[in-house]
Design a protein around this ligand. Sequence first.
Ligand code: EPU
Length: 421
Amino acid sequence: MDKLIIEGSRPLRGEVKISGAKNSCLPILAATLLTDDKCVIKNVPALGDVSTMLNILRSLGVDTAMQGDTITVTPTSSRNTVASYELVSTMRASVCVLGPLVAKMKKAEVSFPGGCVIGPRPIDLHLKGIKALGAKLEVKEGYIVASADKGLRGSHVYLGGHFGSSVLATANTMMAAVLARGKTIIENAACEPEVVDLANFLKKMGAKIDGIATHRLEITGVKKLKGVTYSVIPDRIETGTFIIAAGLTKGDITLKCTSSDHLNCVIDKLRESGLYIKTLKNSMRVKYKKPLKPMDITTLPYPGFPTDLQAQMTSLMSVNKGISVITEKIYPERFIHISELNRMGADIKLEGPTAIVRGVKHLSGARVMASDLRASAALILAGLVAKGRTEISRIYHLDRGYEEIEKKLNLLGAKIYRERE
Ligand code: EPU
């Protein structure tokens, strides 16, 4: 296994190109199962999670080819409907093949997705959505076995829980509904930009979806969808991670091939704190000009502050003067990075789902362990600003979700490299 070494205390300066959104292209790749035609997906990042999704698609009988950031998906005549434990258990987003398989093939056997260190991640809402469309569902030997011999039929479904809406349950239900007979209404739909991106992809394929980007989707089923070429949106979480990196390292970074459209809440919070952020059409400049003020943040469904930037923001707060507070409302247990940040000299206390962060003068390099994707990014950010050398082990999570992060950071003046453990 590899570990990352960071020699800290270097301001980041220069330009960085943001990749396509991981959480858009995973459901979009799953949605290609809805057609018999070839699809071409552009702006796809080269990531572990994307490779996993391509392996799943191949196991389901479609050919895939990746050239640069473009993936071509071509269905073969031997389609399969079983998504195995070996593939699905490694990545939660794999459960997204359930909706398209039942809709197109009238049956599916999909392993339950794996557990996750960011807290419990049930799939009851995915099942509720697919069941509402008339599929018969059973759980057999760890697999969700779904069938709809006569095809799915439109329905009215409320996809809600105590936490708000679910991103992938909305995606799964929407993908199933586009080929169902009649009209489906999804209430309490998630309206994260990645759900909107998927809906736009499905529309381009010929799906009839109204209410995109709202909490009420109205979908009129069609008989067939066609193959299309589509480019995924920029990754808002990677963008946010680099914005935070600029603030944390007292740097000056221009982010290219991205947009501020999906990050208004994050940009607003950071501007209020004193960070200079200038947004242009496809780029933004972030420059540290003065010490940042403490912040008070709560993660919420979009357009609220994203949970996927909570850990990175905590790293920034840990060196801001004063007391900052960050409350996690989506995954109340997503705080494993805190003990690692404290090991680097941060002063963070957890009270339930709230982290109380007393800014310290500086962090110091240490040996730390990454627990999940965004926690890995938070530890890298902390390592970039810490005095001395930070060693981060278990970094395989990172390769699942950040494209060439060391290369991008080194180009900005960081000193970060891999070693074998
Ligand atoms: N939930 C349920 N039942 C369900 C589904 C979700 O109770 O059937 C709960 C979850 O436990 C959580 C909340 O709903 O408390 C929200 O979870 P959601 O379903 O929205 O999460 P997800 O769709 O599984 C996606 C992203 C996550 C991101 C969340 C929230 C992908 C592949 N994953 O997950 O991204 O944190 O939405 O925005 O799109 C990441 O990229 O690091 C990551 C974890």
